[in-house]
Design a protein around this ligand. Structure first.
Ligand code: UGB
Length: 609
């Protein structure tokens, strides 16, 4: 091996330690230096100082080198190529032109919507749910795992509990009563806390052996356009998750996809960590997949031009065509190069002509397992650096190569059918991704906030929509802004999945009535019916019933209910002891006297105001 590079003055520390390093490790270091990575070794101490840290650092390089197909050098090469393309705004879809995908529009509650819900509801015991939860949530800046954040703070239900409640409700509605398999992809960063959360809460009532935890590996962060690996300190790389696309490889290598397919699971629904409304769409989306025989069904919203969600398009050219998500930083160059010199702009409807990807996917397991076997589940990589300015020479933070789960159709042949199902945004897509300051800035520039407060807002809005679809008169309060993020103070409606999973089910349990103002209604139980219930002002009604308790609720309830209190600056300050999930929304609710009825014994009950 040529070790002339050790004569470089910057590498004097490395030279002083060279004899303590094994031959294999030396070879790896030499190859990294030859690839322009001498920064990784330029501040080494003399032999005898920090030797353990040096050894751990070199071990970590060897481990990462082994984890990545093509090793660290392959990773650096891939990074340089993709970063160069990103910098020049190169069009990775050269030769292809975007057209409208095959789509079903379910943005309103039509008869078709209910037809699809009915079909999907028949499949509740044939669906497995896959949650990708390995992401760091950098944009949100939360100090814990995102699935532990409360989706609403009236009862402080976490995302994980909310998802588990939906799985239990699906199981309860199926004929076989078979537990719904739940696959959770975690990373080194999120794994221990996710498991702790499940353990501490007795798996939220789920059967432990039906919860499959798959852990993805981390990849090194990249500091610049030359692919320099980024250091946290002298002897530690910055490592980041490799993207949600790892889920396909893990479902294959773990054997879980094939096993569940063998057990009769016909569809997997893939969801993100903080998209509370995912289960609103599940019955209809699965129904569309069944009816249209889609192998891959991407759930979508009407996309605002320039919005940071991918656009779904059928790409046609050179005798080929396939339907794909074009990620938001690639859509503009693609459109400019093909059908619209103005790029990613709105059409006459006021929206981007291409539906926006919610990254909720329904995939047919039979086709999926076949594709995984052929490809080992390895998905194309992608880079999305956040540049400091438009010269694109520096990054705000180190970036990394990623793979995206929505890229699976890149592995499809002609026989696989890909479609898109479009839902109303509030009903389907309200992720909690941005901290308050960034969310306010997004709102100020006309974009969606995608923050804790808007996620909670949409949670209640979906409840209101269900009540309205069931025939109740719903009048919403005015929208206010809290720290620059919009919030509608009421009515705040939580209809737990135990109560209704389809519009039809809700209709069967609600008869007339009205709800308005800043009032609150929380219903949890499978056999509760609302008969001409009236709520207004800040009045609140909470009814919970165990299995076997049949409850009829009637009349007009009046009380002080839950009152929204904005946090003071002192309460929002980092040193205050207000819970972080409250701080990140800027408000909390105070219970001033809600009417609460809980039935923990089977029987027949009436609640009358
Ligand atoms: N995730 C992992 O499990 N592992 C990882 O390594 C990374 C993420 P982000 P992103 O909803 O607005 C996606 O980072 O990737 C999980 C779509 O690509 O929040 O920027 C993570 O825990 C985009 O088309 O999103 O963008 C989380 O659950 C658009 O739909 C999920 O993957 C966008 O989401 C998403 O991770 C959006």
């Amino acid at each position: 091996m040529d070790i002339a590079f050790l004569e470089n003055a910057e590498l004097a520390g490395l030279k002083a330690n060279w004899e303590t390093i094994s031959a294999d490790q030396q070879a790896l270091i030499a190859s990294l230096v030859a690839e322009g990575q001498s920064n990784l070794f330029s501040n080494w101490d003399d032999a005898g100082t920090n030797d353990d840290a040096k050894a751990a650092f070199v071990d970590s390089l060897v481990k990462i080198n082994g984890n990545y197909p093509g090793g660290l050098i392959g990773y650096i090469h891939n990074a340089r190529k993709l970063l160069a393309e990103s910098k020049t705004g190169a069009n990775p879809f050269e030769g292809l032109s975007p057209e409208q995908p095959d789509k079903v529009d379910l943005t309103t509650f039509t008869a078709d919507f209910e037809k699809y819900e009915a079909i999907g509801a028949q499949k509740f015991d044939k669906v497995g749910v896959v949650l990708v939860a390995g992401g760091l949530g950098e944009r949100l800046g939360y100090n814990g795992i995102k699935v532990d954040i409360a989706v609403e703070v009236l009862e402080e239900t976490t995302y994980l509990k909310h998802y588990a409640d939906n799985l239990l409700a699906m199981q309860a509605r199926s004929e076989s009563k078979r537990p719904v398999p739940f696959i959770i992809m975690v990373s080194q960063d999120t794994g221990p806390k996710t498991i702790q959360s499940l353990e501490n809460n007795n798996y939220f009532g789920l059967q432990k052996d039906k919860v499959h935890i798959l852990q993805q590996e981390l990849v090194p962060a990249i500091a610049d356009n030359d692919g320099a690996l980024a250091l946290k300190d002298t002897y530690e790389l910055i490592l980041k998750p490799h993207g949600h696309g790892d889920i396909h490889m893990l479902l294959h290598t773990s054997g879980v996809a094939a096993k569940l397919a063998g057990e009769g699971i016909e569809y997997f629904m893939f969801i993100q960590d903080t998209n509370g409304p995912s289960f609103n769409t599940l019955p209809a989306a699965v129904g569309v997949s069944v009816e249209k025989d889609y192998d891959f069904n991407s759930l979508a919203i009407r996309r605002k031009a320039g919005e940071a969600v991918g656009g779904l398009a059928r790409l046609v050219g050179g005798g080929k065509e396939f339907t794909l998500n074009v990620e938001y930083n690639q859509l503009d160059p693609l459109l400019r190069a093909t059908i619209n010199p103005e790029g990613d702009v709105a059409d006459e409807t006021g929206f981007s002509p291409f539906p926006g990807n919610c990254n909720t996917l329904v995939i047919k397991t039979a086709s999926y397992v076949k594709i995984l076997e052929a490809s080992q589940g390895i998905i194309a990589e992608f880079v999305n650096p956040k540049y400091t300015d438009e010269t694109k020479t520096a990054f705000k933070k180190p970036t990394r190569l990623e793979t995206m789960m929505q890229d699976l159709p890149k592995l499809f042949g002609e026989s696989e059918k890909v479609g898109v199902t479009i839902f109303d945004r509030m009903w389907s897509f309200s992720p909690n991704k941005n901290n308050v300051a960034d969310a306010a800035a997004k709102v100020a520039s006309g974009g969606p906030a995608d923050a804790s407060a808007t996620a909670e807002n949409d949670f209640y809005a979906a409840g209101r929509a269900r009540l309205e679809a069931a025939g109740m008169t719903v009048t919403t309060a005015d929208e206010i802004k809290i720290l620059g993020v919009p919030f509608t103070a009421g009515p705040k409606v939580i209809l737990r999945p135990s109560f209704a999973m389809t519009l039809d089910e809700g209709r069967g349990k609600v008869s007339g009535g009205s709800i308005s103002g800043e009032s609150t209604l929380i219903i949890d139980g499978s056999d509760i019916s609302l008969d001409q219930v009236e709520l207004s002002g800040t009045s609140a009604l909470v009814v919970k019933a165990c299995e076997g308790a049949k409850v009829t609720v009637k009349g007009k309830f009046e009380n002080e209910g839950f009152v929204l209190v904005e946090l003071s600056e002192a309460e929002r300050a980092p040193e205050s002891d207000v819970e972080e999930y409250i701080k990140i929304r800027g408000y909390r609710f105070e219970n001033k006297g809600a009417a609460v009825f809980e039935f923990n014994e089977p029987g027949e009950y009436t609640v009358e105001a």
